[in-house]
Design a protein around this ligand. Structure first.
Ligand code: 6PG
Length: 514
């Protein structure tokens, strides 16, 4: 048997897998690769030889056994396989890959699931593998195809001691940010591997912590995208702006505090002409059907927020907005039957409204992150993790889909105060939201008056107003619960934890003179 020569192995050669391999090879690592369909491996190796300078460091295998034996011990094997398991008891393709690997591995070997697997399944898999002596990691990988190729944000969860083995590779291939400004280095645009700066990866916690944080990242991604879409719809509907015109607005926003990957790609998308239009007049986006797909991570985030009792309403709203978009046929019928506002005023003050929409977007975005971080704060208690929010915000600064300039401010906020109760209470964000709230309200009320849906702006504003309300109408709600179900209530004039009940209908209640 030949001496094992590879630093790491990767199973699953779809685009993300291929790009991660090339990223590792660019950074000097020798990578063994395996795919269930051998033809895919052969094609990839052939392409590498033709196009990639680091091709000599990529070695393909047709047999899983040979693949495993080619890797230096303790072996590090990453796989990218689509996972469907949601409940801890669900078994899927990921479990099948692990089962195939197990008899070929030695104690101390490290298996890394780099897909978007559900954290519940990751916790279960780690529990099953630990007694057998294998180290199982669930590592979130964010950044899409380009991120995988030139620097993703990586969120690994697993055994702390085994992380030391994985860390050098993960840090090498991750995106990097400037330590002074927090801005991602984007040398990859020139095709140069990024070697300087702070890597966008850190050990998130044990077992499912990495996949959990990746899931919340996606929950934030959902709302971030929805907020941008609402800004677009308001400008389109209320101001009659074309895609090209809006592109300029987004480009301007991207030069300020809203600077982010998602605003940047929106700018690009909106200036794209429709390739199907021979005359080159139509905008690309106008030819795209308005029904959104989803793979489930946003839903998982929202369902978990409900389970943990965390008011992440704006996040859930972003999922529901996709669901509503998906029932296109129903909406088309309803659009002919259900009425909107009677007197829609002509909107004047275009510049001012655009400015207000910008503020509404920024304030809502702060709420979205506040909800995401509150959710993670609760999850660490529920699942016995110790999460470092400063570090988590830090690795979101580069590589991932939600990367944005203001993540430096979130990093600062949690580094200064690791126990910060809510992002909105950090002095920087408090000031920003206080400054933007008048315009935010203006946008939401204008949208309601004009009949333009903006569920994420609206629900984020309700979250903000609810969070800053010392008194909410739950006094009446508790009374209702006590009335029909004897669920008891606490009193404003008695210590917390003392419960009271009235025999409804109270015979002594004063009668109303009606
Ligand atoms: C990322 C993305 C990535 C993927 C989403 C898309 O961080 O790189 O989040 O994981 O594009 O899963 O999710 P939907 O199909 O649900 O929009």
């Amino acid at each position: 048997m030949a001496t094992p020569a590879s630093d790491i192995g990767l199973i699953g050669l779809a685009v993300m897998g291929q790009n991660l391999v090339l990223n590792m090879a660019d950074h000097g690592y020798t990578v063994s690769v395996y795919n269930r369909t051998t033809a895919t491996t052969d094609d990839f190796i052939a392409r590498c030889k033709e196009e990639e300078p680091s091709a000599e460091r990529v070695i393909g295998f047709a047999e899983l056994k040979d693949f495993v034996q080619s890797i230096k011990r303790p072996r590090k094997i990453v796989f990218l396989v689509q996972s469907k398991a949601v409940l801890p008891t669900d078994r899927d393709a990921v479990d099948a890959v692990i089962a195939q690997l197990e008899p070929l591995l030695d104690k101390g070997d490290i298996i890394i699931d780099g897909g978007n697997s559900n954290w519940n399944a990751t916790i279960r898999r780690e529990k099953e593998l630990a007694p057998k002596g294998f180290k199982f990691f669930g590592s979130g990988v964010s950044g899409g195809e380009l991120g995988a190729r030139f620097g993703p944000s990586l969120m690994p969860g697993g055994d702390k001691a085994a992380w030391k083995e994985l860390k050098p590779i993960w840090e090498a291939i991750a995106a990097k940010v400037d330590p002074k400004t927090g801005k991602p280095f984007e040398d990859y645009k020139k095709g140069v591997p990024i070697t300087k700066g702070v890597p966008c990866t850190t050990h998130i916690g044990s077992d499912g912590a990495g996949h959990y944080v990746k899931m919340v990242h996606n929950g934030i991604e959902y709302i971030d995208m929805q907020l941008i879409c609402e800004a677009y719809q308001l400008m389109k509907t209320l101001l009659g702006m074309s895609a090209g015109e809006m592109s300029k607005v987004f480009a301007e926003w991207n030069s300020g505090e809203l600077d982010s990957f998602l605003i940047e790609i929106t700018t690009d998308i909106l200036q794209q002409k429709d390739p199907a239009d021979k005359k080159g007049k139509k905008w690309f986006v106008d030819g795209v059907l308005d029904t959104a797909g989803q793979k489930g991570t946003g839903k998982w985030t929202s369902a978990n927020a409900l389970d943990l009792g965390i008011p992440a309403n704006a996040m859930a709203e972003a999922v529901f907005a996709r669901c509503l978009s998906a029932i296109k046929d129903e909406r088309v019928v309803a659009s002919k039957k259900l009425k909107g506002p009677k007197d829609t005023k002509k909107i004047t003050g275009k510049k001012k409204l655009i400015e207000a929409i910008r503020d509404a977007l920024y304030c809502s975005k702060i709420c979205a992150y506040a909800q995401g971080f509150q959710l993670m704060a609760e999850a660490q208690n529920e699942y016995n993790w110790k999460l470092d929010f400063g570090k988590i915000a830090g690795i979101f600064r580069g590589g991932c889909i939600i990367r944005a300039r203001f993540l430096q401010k979130i990093t600062d906020a949690y580094t200064k105060d690791p126990k910060l109760q809510n992002l909105m209470l950090d002095p920087y964000f408090k000031k920003a939201i206080n400054k933007g709230q008048t315009n935010w309200r203006k946008v939401v009320s204008t949208a309601a008056e004009q009949g333009v849906p903006c569920p994420a702006f609206m629900s984020a504003l309700s979250y903000y107003d609810g969070y800053r309300s010392a008194v909410l109408p739950a006094n009446l709600l508790q009374s209702q619960r006590d009335y029909f179900g004897a669920h008891t209530y606490e009193r404003v004039d008695k210590p917390r934890g003392k419960f009271f009940h009235v025999d409804w209908p109270d015979p002594k209640r004063p009668q109303l003179n009606m």
